[in-house]
Design a protein around this ligand. Structure first.
Ligand SMILES: Nc1ncnc2c1ncn2[C@@H]1O[C@H](COP(=O)(O)OP(=O)(O)OP(=O)(O)O)[C@@H](O)[C@H]1O
Ligand SMILES: [Mg+2]
Length: 251
C-alpha cells in the first residue's frame, strides 16, 4: 500500500483534475482508493454525480461510522471517499486540536491497512492545514501542483522550504512537482528551467518535474462536467513515476 498526497500552495492549480485522472488511469492495473480531503470546498459530488454518498470522510473522522462504510465503488478497481459539502463547524476536522489530528492519523493508518488497497490518493485542501501537517507525514508520494505564474511558484517555494522539507524527509518519500496550465509560449521553457534549479536546492531529496500545458479541450470538458484527461506524453511520465519511481525531465 502506498499513500499519495496531491497538494498545492494556491487553490485552482489542478489538484482535483490531476488526482481524478491519476486514480482512473492507475486503477486499470491496481486497486485504488481516491479520497477527497478538501473539507473547505469539496467538489467530488458534482463530478461523480452518479454516486449518492450517504456517509462521508467527515463521518469516519468524527467517529460516527467505520471507514469501510464511508467508501463507494466507482469502477471495478476504483473506490471513492467523499468529503461532505455541508460545512459543519462542530466537525473535528475544523478544530485546532493538534492531539486529535495526531490521533486520527494513527487511527487512519491502522484502519486503511486492513482494506488492502494498492494506492491511496488524497486530493487535499490547498495551503497549510493541521490535517495536511499530520497526515502528510504518512506520504510515500507527494504531488505538488502549481500554476506557471510567479505568485504560485514563489508561494510553493515557501511551502517546500517551510513545510515539506520538515514533514517530508521521511526516507523514501518521492516528490513530484507538476507545473500545470503552462501557456504555450516558447519563452516559458527557460523560465521553468530556472525555477526547477531553485527547487532542487530547496529540498534535500531530488524533485521530479512534469509540465502540463494549458489545454483548451480539458477546460471545455470541465465546463461540461466531464472528467478531464492529461495529454498522453505527460500521462506516461506520471504513470512511470508511480510504477517505477523513475526520474523524468522537463525536456
Ligand atoms: N492543464 C489544464 N488546462 C486547462 N484547464 C485546466 C488544466 N488543469 C486544470 N484546469 C482547470 O482549472 C480549474 C481548476 O482545476 P481543479 O479544480 O482541478 O484545481 P484544484 O487545485 O483542485 O482547485 P481547488 O484548490 O479549488 O480545489 C478547473 O476548471 C480545471 O478544469
Ligand atoms: Mg480541488
Amino acid at each position: 500500500m502506498r499513500l499519495v498526497f496531491v497538494h498545492s500552495y494556491k487553490g485552482g492549480s489542478g489538484k482535483t483534475s490531476i488526482a481524478i485522472h491519476l486514480s482512473q488511469t492507475l486503477s486499470t492495473t491496481q486497486k485504488v482508493l481516491l479520497i477527497e480531503a478538501d473539507f473547505l470546498m469539496p467538489s467530488f459530488k458534482n463530478i461523480f454525480h452518479e454516486v449518492n454518498p450517504e456517509l462521508y470522510f467527515n463521518d469516519y473522522l468524527n467517529g460516527a461510522a467505520p471507514l469501510k462504510d464511508c467508501i463507494y465503488n466507482q469502477s471495478p478497481q476504483l473506490d471513492i471517499l467523499f468529503a461532505s459539502d455541508t460545512f459543519n463547524p462542530s466537525d473535528r476536522i475544523h478544530s485546532y486540536d493538534r492531539s486529535w489530528f495526531l490521533k486520527i492519523r494513527n487511527r487512519f493508518r491502522s484502519d486503511i491497512s486492513n482494506l488492502r488497497y494498492d494506492l491511496i490518493i488524497f486530493d487535499m485542501t490547498p495551503g497549510l492545514q493541521l490535517f495536511a501537517l499530520s497526515m502528510m507525514t504518512l506520504s510515500d508520494y507527494l504531488l505538488i501542483i502549481l500554476r506557471a505564474d510567479y505568485q504560485s511558484f514563489f508561494g510553493t517555494q515557501k511551502l517546500v522550504k517551510n513545510f515539506y522539507s520538515r514533514v517530508v524527509p521521511k526516507i523514501g518519500t518521492k516528490v513530484l512537482a507538476v507545473i500545470n496550465q503552462v501557456p504555450d509560449v516558447e519563452e516559458m521553457d527557460s523560465l521553468i528551467e530556472e525555477w526547477q534549479t531553485i527547487y532542487q536546492n530547496s529540498l534535500a531529496s531530488p524533485i521530479t518535474f512534469v509540465r502540463v500545458n494549458y489545454d483548451k479541450e480539458l477546460a471545455y470538458n470541465a465546463a461540461r462536467q466531464l472528467v478531464t484527461y492529461i495529454p498522453p506524453d505527460v500521462d506516461q511520465q506520471l504513470v512511470e513515476f508511480f510504477n517505477n519511481g523513475t526520474q523524468t525531465n522537463l525536456e
